[in-house]
Design a protein around this ligand. Structure first.
Ligand SMILES: [Fe+2]
Length: 222
C-alpha cells in the first residue's frame, strides 16, 4: 500500500498488477507501439470527442439513417440508450436511441482515419480477434464508471494512465499500464473502472470483441 509519504515520488514499478494471477484479465500478446498511439491521440482535434460520452469511435455500421452523422459518434456510449447531458425523459426513464444498434454491426473502419497509426492497430487486433467497435474512451480525474455488465468482451490498450487508475471485474482489480500490450477483459461480468488521480485524463483504446472469453483465450493460448 502507498503511504502518504510515498505519494510525492510514486514509484509505479512497485504497484504492477500480476496478470498471471487473474482470471478476468489476460494479456493478448498483441503488441502495438505506445508512443505512436500516444502521438496519434495528441493529433486529434478536441471536436472529435463526443462531449456526452467522452469517446471517439473509429468503426461504424454500414447502416444509413438520418441521425447517423458524424460517423465517429455512431459507436459512442450505449448502443441502446441515448446518453446526453439530459439522459432522462419527462417520465424519468432513460432516453433510448432512435436506432438501437448491436456491437456486431460495427464492421466498417472509418476511412477518415485511413493511413494513420490507428488503422495499423485496427489491422493487428482484428486479424486476431472478432473485433467490432474501436473507441478511445476518456475517464476524467476522480471519476468512476457505473457498475455494469456488457453483452460483449473488451480488449484495452492504455494510452494515458497512472497506477491510480484501476479496473475492477468480478472483484479482481488491475492497473493496465500503457506498455503497448492489449489486455483482454471479461466484461460480461460486473465491472467498473476508476481514475483516482487529481489531474490526469485517463484514455484507453477499447475494442468490443464478440464471442466467449474462455474459448477465445484457449484459441490464442493465453
Ligand atoms: Fe463496460
Amino acid at each position: 500500500m502507498a503511504r502518504k509519504a510515498d505519494v510525492v515520488n510514486f514509484d509505479c514499478s512497485k504497484y504492477q498488477t500480476d496478470f498471471s494471477m487473474l482470471r478476468r484479465f489476460r494479456k493478448t500478446g498483441l503488441q502495438v507501439d505506445p508512443a505512436e498511439l500516444s502521438s496519434f491521440l495528441d493529433s486529434l482535434p478536441d471536436d472529435l470527442w463526443d462531449p456526452a460520452t467522452k469517446q471517439i469511435c473509429f468503426t461504424h455500421t454500414p447502416l444509413d439513417y438520418p441521425s447517423k452523422a458524424p460517423l465517429h459518434f455512431e459507436g459512442c456510449g450505449s448502443l441502446t440508450y441515448q446518453w446526453s447531458f439530459e439522459p432522462y425523459n419527462n417520465k424519468g426513464a432513460l432516453k433510448e436511441r432512435e436506432v438501437k444498434l448491436h456491437e456486431s454491426q460495427f464492421t466498417e473502419f472509418n476511412k477518415e482515419f485511413s493511413g494513420t497509426y490507428i488503422e495499423e492497430v485496427y489491422k493487428i487486433v482484428s486479424a486476431a480477434f472478432p473485433v467490432r467497435r474501436m473507441r478511445f474512451m476518456r475517464l476524467d480525474p476522480k471519476k468512476c464508471m457505473s457498475y455494469h455488465t456488457d453483452n460483449d468482451l473488451r480488449i484495452h490498450y492504455a494510452v494515458r494512465t497512472d497506477p491510480a487508475c484501476q479496473m475492477v471485474i468480478d472483484s479482481e482489480v488491475a492497473h493496465m499500464p500503457s506498455d503497448g500490450e492489449g489486455y483482454f477483459c471479461d466484461t460480461k461480468y460486473f465491472h467498473t473502472a476508476f481514475n483516482g488521480t487529481h489531474k490526469l485524463k485517463r484514455v484507453h483504446l477499447v475494442f468490443g470483441v464478440l464471442g466467449d472469453f474462455d474459448e477465445l483465450c484457449n484459441a490464442r493460448g493465453i
